[in-house]
Design a protein around this ligand. Sequence first.
Ligand code: MF3
Ligand code: CO
Ligand code: CO
Length: 272
Amino acid sequence: MEPNDELREKVEYYKRMGHQVPKWKYVKTPEQIEGIRASGVINTGVLDYVSERIREGVTTQEIDDWVAEYTEAHDAICAPYHYEGFPKHVCVSINDVVCHGIPSTKRVLKEGDIVNVDVTTIYKGYYADASRMFVIGKTTPENERLIRVCKQCLDLGLEAVKPWGFLGDVGYVIEQHASRNGFKVVRDFGGHGVGIEFHEDPFVYHYGKKNTGCLIVPGMTFTIEPMLNFKKSGVRVSALDGWTVYTKDGLPSAQWEYTVAVFEDHCEILSK
Ligand code: MF3
Ligand code: CO
Ligand code: CO
C-alpha cells in the first residue's frame, strides 16, 4: 500500500514514541480488504456447510471432504492443504486436541465430543481464516461452559479492537475474562495478520497489558483465535504426526476464531 501521508505520519509518530507498529505491506488497501472480504464470505460459507452436516457418526475425513468440496465449488482453495506439509484441507480438533488436528477416516465423532473446525480459504489470492466449536449430541456442563466462555473471550477481544488502540488491549480482555472464569489461555499459539498471506505479522497475543503491543492501524486485517484450557495452559505437539497439539494435562480445550478488518472509525468481522 502507498498509505496517504497523514496515516503514515501518524504511524511514524507512534513509532518514535516507542510503540510497535505494523509493517506497511500488511496495512491493506481498500481493494485488498474487499478481496479478503470476498474470501471471508466463502470461508463463512464453508463453516455454515459444516455446521449443517456435522453429527454423531461422521468421520473427521468426511468433514475434510465437505470443506474441499464446498471450497472448490466456489473457485477457492483450502489454505491448509500442503501448507508446511499439513496433509489435509482443514484442521479438526477434538476434546484434548488444542489445534491442528488432522482429519482421519478412523476418527468417528461420538456423543459428548467437543470439536473445533478451523477453515482457511484462499480466493483470488486473498486469505480468510475462521473456526467454530461444535458439540456432538450432549456434552458435560463443564465443557459447555468452556466453549461459552471461550466465545465470550473472542467477542470481548473483538470489542477491544479500536483503531489507534493496541493489540495488548485485546489480549488483556481475553485473559481477564478467561481467568475470572477459572480457565487458562494457551500461550504457545495466537492470532495473526491474515489476508495476503496465511500467517502475517503481527502475532496477536491472547494475553497482554493495556496500551502495549502493536498499534492497531486502519487497514490491518488479522485473526483473533483464543484457545482456552481447564487447568493448565501447557500443550505438547504429537511426535507421531508433528502437527496435532494436545493439552499436557489431557483435559479438553476450546477455540473460536474470527478474521477482522480495522477501518478508520470501526472494525468489522470478515469471517466468523
Ligand atoms: N488455521 C490455523 C490458524 O488459525 C492454522 C492452521 S495451519 C495448518 O492459524 F497447517 F495446520 F493448517
Ligand atoms: Co488463524
Ligand atoms: Co484458523
